[in-house]
Unconditional design. Structure first.
Length: 440
């Protein structure tokens, strides 16, 4: 294949040759023949020495546990293991288009001597979670005069899993260390008056109470037997159901309903498992689904992270199919937190809720309200804003009617926007803890 320089020389040779014939000028004719021959004569040797099998590529990525917005240092080593020198080569390492190149370059032009290697590196930022593929590494190899080149492509593909952003989780952990978390989110114990260790108050003596719990000072002051009362924390079994249908992915990728729901699920799981609650996860659409039975512990949290990282919006959500799938897998009473935009089939959703209640589970629907995530008012004209307000009003009416229907079977629907998604999810979880819903 001719390079730009090679094409220019070839065209110039043809033009000069034609001019030589036209003006019967032997010098121009010979010059034209020389230029044409020079641009094509090296082709057989160039093809024969093409290092198809002798280029070895190694890519090194400095981290394997990479989270959204983290920086990645990529190092590339290219070795010429053949016996011929490569006079000029362009090396281009392909990375996912969504990544941001923040330092260095992912390409280089260089010469590689026989049995020598070259190295270069660059730094990327991962703006979104998900599964991405690096590679291949592409080469454009030129002859010595750079008249011709050939393109080669390596087979060095590499998959990389980017986990959801855990910045909110880190903030939560920092606050918890400072003992401020309880003040932010209110009561955070499931109370059971028992033989626990946390003193809660004084009450009257009742038949059957243990004598060692009598508070003699209070009894002397009131002239009645008074008992010290303690509480202990009971753990609950919680199951998160995440709608991964196509409608959840609407809007800007980094601010979609699905991304907000993933961040909320991640933070809720972290908080619940820190408190020894069992947490399970089901992500569902007709395109893909994944299941993780309720559990706790660091290993369980990382399995949950893996599932959340690989989610892609697509297909449709069907709550009835979800419950039919879960019925043989989750037999013990659980608290279902369903994260869905309610834009799936309404009859199937209502049937699914009734099935959940029929299996004696508790449920709560937290719904990211579509227009609050998808419509950016700053870019709307007055007419577009009016249309948007009409759509919002109609959707609110539909959701209000659905919420009223579901309240009859004891299931609440809580609409959320980008600003209150996380606080609302945590608040509803703590309310469930307080009411001792689905205790283990």
């Amino acid at each position: 294949m001719f390079s730009e320089r090679g094409r220019a020389v070839l065209l110039m040779g043809i033009f000069i040759l034609v001019a030589g014939f036209a003006f019967t000028n032997y010098i121009l004719t010979l010059l034209g023949i020389f230029l044409i021959a020079g641009s094509v004569a090296s082709s057989p040797y160039f093809q024969a020495t093409m290092p198809v099998e002798t280029l070895e590529v190694t890519r090194e990525i400095d981290k394997r546990n990479i989270f959204q917005d983290d920086f990645i240092h990529v190092k590339l080593t290219v070795k010429n293991s053949g016996s011929h020198r490569i006079d000029s080569v362009d090396i281009f390492d392909v990375y996912p288009e969504i990544f941001r190149l923040v330092l260095g370059k992912n390409s280089i032009r260089t010469r590689i001597d026989a049995n020598q290697e070259v190295k270069f590196s660059y730094i990327l930022q991962a703006p979104l979670r998900g599964k991405f593929t690096f590679g291949p590494t592409k080469f454009q190899i030129y002859d010595r005069l750079e008249f011709r080149f050939e393109e080669l492509s390596g087979e060095n593909y590499e998959d990389l899993l980017i986990y959801p952003n855990v910045e909110e989780v880190r903030i939560m952990e920092s606050l918890a260390q400072k003992r401020r978390l309880g003040h932010m989110f209110g009561i955070h114990k499931t109370r059971q008056m028992s033989m626990g260790t946390d003193f809660t108050g004084i009450r009257r003596y009742e038949a059957g109470d243990e004598y060692r719990r009598i508070d003699w000072k209070s009894s002397a002051r009131t002239r009645k037997l008074m008992m010290r009362q303690y509480e202990t924390e009971r753990n609950i079994r919680m199951f998160m159901v995440l709608d991964t249908g196509a409608t959840m992915g609407a809007g800007r990728p980094e601010y979609s309903k699905l991304e907000a729901a993933i961040r909320a699920a991640l933070m809720l799981a972290k908080m619940a498992m820190e408190r020894k609650d069992h947490v399970g996860l089901l992500t569902w659409s007709t395109k893909q689904h994944s299941f993780l039975k309720p559990g706790l512990g660091e290993a369980h949290y990382h399995r949950l992270l893996d599932q959340l990282a690989e989610i892609e919006a697509g297909g449709t959500f069907d709550l009835t199919a979800v419950v039919e799938y879960l019925a043989p897998r989750v037999s013990q009473q659980s608290f279902f937190i369903i994260l869905t935009d309610l834009e799936s089939n309404r009859k199937r959703l209502e049937k699914g809720i009734r099935l959940i209640r029929g299996y004696k589970h508790n449920a709560l629907i937290i719904t990211p309200f579509g227009p609050w995530f998808e419509i950016e008012e700053i870019y709307l004209s007055p007419v577009e804003r009016a249309i948007g307000e009409a759509i919002v009003h109609r959707l609110l009416e539909e959701q209000s009617a659905l919420a009223k229907s579901l309240r009859r079977v004891g299931v609440s629907v809580v609409p959320v926007g980008p600003g209150d998604f996380l606080p609302t999810v945590l608040s509803e979880y703590l309310k469930a803890k307080k009411r001792s819903i689905a205790v283990i």
